[in-house]
Design a protein around this ligand. Structure first.
Ligand code: AMP
Length: 218
């Protein structure tokens, strides 16, 4: 089978994490989320975690050299050799260039960039309702995709928690950072002929996933 080396692109709250969970289950790809890796480093209190926390709390980007190093190491692990799903990386043009260079060294390239396109005003609303299971990480939205029983995870009954950076002030900064630093990647990948869009505005996760499957089938 041909490799799927996939990037999920989209603003904060666009639904990348929700779509990522489905993609990695169906296509058996390792899920590489820099946000999750950084949150794990913060929780462990490592030196990198302490450094990254300052940026994450304000909704700014962690410096390129830090995240590029993390992703390079992760891509060198054997499970990423046959394909991967990157979620939340790259977020800047220098990150995208570093990724291309790393893959090219191994004779590989990005095969699909899936943009989940959601209007900025809807992103703020979605983030306000986002909750994550403390046990398994499953993502819910109390307005759009609620758990069956109030306040606990459908899968394991775990407590639903809100991310520290999901408050309104930080969210506005994260959206501004996305527009300034990450949105240019749309043109970057368009010019390489690998970008496809899934429309997420006002759509349920199932409806977005239908589009994503169509993109990954090509
Ligand atoms: P996420 O879970 O993808 O929304 O990421 C949460 C936070 O982690 C972001 O607001 C950034 O502070 C940081 N972060 C995650 N991925 C990156 C990246 N590729 N480059 C820089 N900072 C990142």
């Amino acid at each position: 089978m041909t490799q799927r080396n996939v990037i999920l692109l989209g603003g904060p709250g666009a639904g990348k994490g929700t779509q990522a969970a489905r993609i990695v289950a169906d296509y058996e790809l390792p899920h590489i989320s820099t946000g999750e890796m950084l949150r794990a480093a913060v929780a462990r209190g490592t030196e990198m975690g302490r450094e990254a926390q300052k940026y994450m709390e304000s909704g700014s980007l962690v410096p390129d050299e830090v995240v590029i190093g993390v992703v390079r190491e992760r891509l060198a692990e054997p499970d990423a050799g046959e394909g991967f799903l990157l979620d939340g990386f790259p977020r800047t043009v220098p990150q995208a260039e570093a990724l291309d260079a790393t893959l090219a060294e191994a004779g590989r390239a990005i095969t699909h960039v899936v943009l989940i396109d959601v209007p900025a005003e809807e992103l703020v609303q979605r983030i306000a309702g986002r909750r994550t299971c403390a046990a398994c990480g499953k993502i819910y939205n109390i307005a759009f995709d609620p758990p069956k029983a109030g306040g606990v995870c459908d899968v394991d009954g775990g407590e639903l928690t809100q991310r520290a950076d999901d408050n309104e002030e930080t969210v506005r900064n994260r959206i501004a950072v996305y527009e300034e630093q990450t949105a240019p990647l749309v043109g970057y990948y368009e010019s390489k002929g690998v970008l496809e869009s899934a429309f997420g505005g006002g759509k349920r996760p199932d409806e977005v996933y239908e589009q994503v499957r169509g993109i990954l089938a090509s």
